[in-house]
Design a protein around this ligand. Structure first.
Ligand SMILES: Nc1ncnc2c1ncn2[C@@H]1O[C@H](COP(=O)(O)OP(=O)(O)OP(=O)(O)O)[C@@H](O)[C@H]1O
Length: 689
């Protein structure tokens, strides 16, 4: 077997030796044997009649002693390692980079090489140890000399040890006398690296294209319009949604000046006048209402605007409300649910509406059962927090510890039995909404202190926790106690009282507005029964003359009792709850005028004829059994088949009444009417008797 010819490589450092040996091995290894040494490690004692390659002319002196006259010495010319050039090509045009190497000459040479190779989009700042002055940059580029990079540099790009260039390789081949057909294969191996780099760049390019396509899909999938343009006004992004607004598609718009696409002067001004506030403005474009939000990316010198269709936003809000409703966190009552025409209640409602919009803490005072929770819910629903949650807590119903963890939540392991992962408190769950603290006068002094801190600092710490959570919750509290006297007795903190009582509203007792009793009676009869009840005038007289210490709740209970014991759809004096109807001698007796009024109202209760109700409910039930909701049209046909003659408007009215009674729910649009749990109970009672 023919022995391979030898080449000796002499390098300055170990790192260079390894890199260049690897290079020579991969190009010439098939034909020649390569031995290598570095002055950093150990040099050979003496080389005789060998082909020696020096890694650089800078090491000539330090290796001279091991070279004899008979050696043929080639000093390598070096070039950058193409393999790593993609990292430089990815940097944006004009980026400052420090070029770091060991000597001024190598720095100078490498920068020259990079420039000649066309990697000239960067601003190279030379650096080597001992340089008298230099300019700093966040990025440093170095051929493997990482340890020389100044500490302040944030990112280092290692482009690897510089490799031997092709002219040196040709010189070696000439020296070895092998510039024959083997040379072609060898030079091909050399250029392989460049091909690899091109492949890498092509791959990166393809990836960038794919990413662009992906981003396009994302931008076009968004429900909002997205527009961006650069400092010259040239449009860079124009997503599909904008096509519906400006009637121009993305292909036509991108690259054009913004003025060519947007004709509305006010909108143009809003988009281009970047200095002024506000950043959100409402516009109507081609009959569509939009909220436009604008922001800029200063580094990219780009302006971005999003266009939100307000009708879509409204339906999203509705969906959010539905979710809260599902969780039971919605204020159920509105001002329209507060029944009463008396001056006392009308005035209280008027004041409450004004207080609702202020977002300040509010203390409701009133006897038990006067409707404090009803007011709290109505106030929430009239406030700017109406789309947020409404949570009601009865502070007297829970023990101190339980109330504390319910209100403020706890962290995992806060106490034995604490849930894994901890638990959100009601304050956290009420974020963005209102919390109603009923019977606030009953909370312990310890909890008063904690609550005070939460109100003062607008942040809370869960039980057993250290994290501080910011909260944005309006507090409405209620009491039937005289808190001022509790403060004097030291039972209630005065500072907390003032925090809760920024606004104050007194809810009148029922005895102060007896004229509302007939209305309330009608209201409760209508929601509690489907029957057309008659109420004796004497009953009304007695109800009006009673002192309702339990207020409306007590009246409501009395009506429930009477409905249960009454016969023949008529409420008479004998149906009155005995205990409840004891009348105090000092109670005012109403005049005969009021009686007339009461009698008139009681006859006017808008109830459905029982046979109509039964027919409608049975039609809805039949649809329910086959899994369907009932449309008004289908009900009309079904009713006609049962010889119940009603117009569409009459059916609609009756469905409204059935909904008020809680038997059905009507959905908007084509989804029709469905039975509720109560409706099914009604069916069971009516038809399965
Ligand atoms: N003006 C009103 N119109 C209709 N219903 C009312 C009215 N006021 C109160 N109610 C009803 O009376 C009942 C008691 O009301 P609510 O629970 O709001 O009273 P409260 O003052 O918060 O009672 P408590 O202090 O005992 O908790 C509820 O069923 C409520 O729907």
């Amino acid at each position: 077997m023919e022995t391979k010819k030898q080449i000796v490589l002499l390098a300055g450092t170990k790192e260079t030796r390894i890199a260049l040996t690897h290079q020579l091995q991969s190009i010439l290894g098939d034909y020649f044997q390569i031995r290598s040494y570095s002055s950093e490690e150990m040099l050979p004692t003496r080389l005789e009649s060998e082909i020696v390659i020096l890694s650089s002319y800078l090491i000539k002196r330090e290796v001279a002693h091991c070279l004899s006259e008979s050696c043929r010495v080639i000093t390598a010319r070096r070039t950058v390692n193409y393999e790593y050039m993609d990292q430089l090509l990815q940097l944006p045009e004009g980026t400052d980079v420090m070029y770091v190497n060991d000597f001024p000459q190598t720095v100078e040479q490498s920068i020259q090489t990079l420039m000649h190779l066309g990697i000239n989009h960067l601003n190279y700042l030379p650096y080597y140890p001992g340089i008298p002055h230099y300019q700093h940059a966040d990025i440093a580029v170095t051929p493997g000399e990482m340890h020389l990079v100044p500490k302040e540099v944030k990112r280092i790009i290692n482009i690897g040890v510089r490799l031997i260039d092709i002219t040196t390789i040709t010189e070696i081949l000439g020296e070895l006398g092998v510039l024959d057909d083997r040379a072609t294969g060898i030079s091909e191996r050399f250029t392989e690296k460049i091909i690899q780099l091109s492949k890498k760049l092509a791959h990166a390019n393809q990836k960038a294209l794919q990413l662009n396509e992906h981003l396009d899909k994302v931008l076009n999938g968004v429900n909002d319009g997205i527009l961006s343009f650069d400092h010259t006004g040239k449009i860079t992004v124009f997503n599909e949604e904008l096509k519906n607004i400006f009637l121009t598609d993305s292909k036509q718009a991108v690259g054009k000046h913004i003025k060519q696409i947007i004709k509305d002067k006010e909108l143009l001004h809003f988009l281009t006048d970047t200095a002024s506030e506000p950043y959100d403005q409402f516009f109507t474009i081609n009959d569509i209402n939009f909220m436009v939000h604008r922001f800029s990316l200063p580094v990219e010198n780009t302006m971005i605007a999003t266009f939100k269709n307000t009708s879509t936003t409204i339906s999203m809000e509705k969906a959010a409300r539905y979710e809260l409703k599902r969780k039971g966190y919605l204020g159920k009552y509105y001002f329209s649910d507060i029944v009463g025409n008396s001056e006392a209640i009308v005035q209280t409602k008027n004041i409450a509406k004004k207080l609702a919009v202020t977002d300040l803490s509010l203390l409701l005072q009133g006897e038990s059962g006067t409707g404090k929770e009803l007011f709290a819910s109505a106030i929430h629903n009239e406030s700017r927090r109406r789309n947020g949650p409404f949570l009601a807590v009865n502070c007297s119903a829970l023990s101190e510890d339980l109330l504390e963890s319910e209100l403020f939540g706890y962290e995992e392991g806060a106490f034995t039995g604490a849930k894994k992962g901890g638990k959100q408190g009601l304050f956290e769950q009420a974020e963005g909404g209102t919390i109603f603290l009923d019977e606030i006068g009953d909370i312990s002094v310890k909890l008063q202190t904690r609550l005070l801190r939460v109100l003062q600092e607008k942040e809370l710490r869960r039980v057993g926790g250290t994290r501080v959570l910011p909260i944005d919750v309006r507090v409405i509290s209620a009491t039937n106690k005289d808190l001022a006297s509790d403060i004097k007795k030291g039972l209630f903190r005065e500072d907390l009282y003032h925090r809760l009582n920024v606004l104050y509203l007194k809810i009148p007792a029922l005895r102060e507005r007896k004229e509302d009793i007939p209305l309330l009676l009608n209201h409760f009869l209508a929601i509690r029964t489907s029957k057309r009840m008659k109420v004796e005038n004497d009953v009304l007289g007695l109800l009006i003359n009673r002192t309702w210490t339990g207020n409306i709740r007590e009246l409501k209970n009395a009506i429930d009792y009477m409905l249960a014991v009454s016969e023949n759809e008529k409420i008479t004096v004998k149906d009155l709850p005995q205990e409840a109807m004891k009348i105090n001698s000092d109670e005012r007796v109403y005049s005969s005028e009021t009686f007339k009024e009461v009698a008139a109202t009681s006859e006017e209760i808008p109830l459905i004829a029982p046979h109509e109700e039964a027919a409608i409910m049975s039609c809805i039930y039949r649809n329910h059994l086959s899994g369907k909701a009932s449309s008004r049209k289908s009900l009309l046909l079904d009713l006609e088949a049962q010889s119940v003659k009603l117009s569409e408007a009459q059916v609609r009215l009756r469905l409204d009444l059935l909904e008020q009674k809680g038997f059905v729910v009507k959905s908007k649009g084509r989804r029709g009417t469905r039975l509720t749990e109560n409706g099914l109970i009604y069916i069971k009672n009516e038809f399965e008797r």
